[in-house]
Design a protein around this ligand. Structure first.
Ligand code: ZN
Length: 138
């Protein structure tokens, strides 16, 4: 089986561990780790914050669990991932009403029209990193 973590090859990449992880979340965490690694540019990272839209169908607990596995034995090992869920909101093109979606059913909650635009819910962003200041720097 190929290791699915091309960015940070995990030294002790156990098949049994990877089988337990949803591939979707693993690939997201791998991308987050790549972004955090590049943004930190070698400085120690204390925390990584991400916004995840509701329409991404990502479970925050699952994402954090995958994160711990993805960053295991990398410079980001032990760095907490803080997930903010962004609600899915659509705007109706008929009446202008905004509806927050619990299910991915794109129907206006006011007039029932299906002619809607997604206002939020597709987010998948690394919003910020906490990086340890280099107190001994020049
Ligand atoms: Zn409407």
């Amino acid at each position: 089986m190929n290791c699915v973590l091309p960015i940070f090859p995990v030294a002790d990449c156990q098949d049994s561990v990877l089988y337990a992880a949803p591939v979707h979340e693993v690939s997201i965490c791998t991308a987050i780790a790549k972004i955090a690694h590049q943004a930190a540019a070698g400085r120690p990272v204390e925390r990584v914050r991400v916004d995840v839209g509701h329409l991404r169908q990502v479970v925050p607990d699952t994402l954090c669990h995958c994160w711990e596995m993805v960053v295991f034995n990398t410079p980001l090992d032990g760095v907490p991932l803080e997930v903010s869920e962004i609600p899915a909101v659509i705007e109706c093109r008929q009446c202008g009403a905004r509806t927050q979606l619990d299910e991915p059913i794109f129907r206006c909650g006011s007039c029932g029209s299906t002619e809607t635009s997604v206002m939020s819910g597709n987010e998948l962003y690394v919003t910020s990193l906490d990086i340890t200041a280099d107190a001994s720097g020049p």
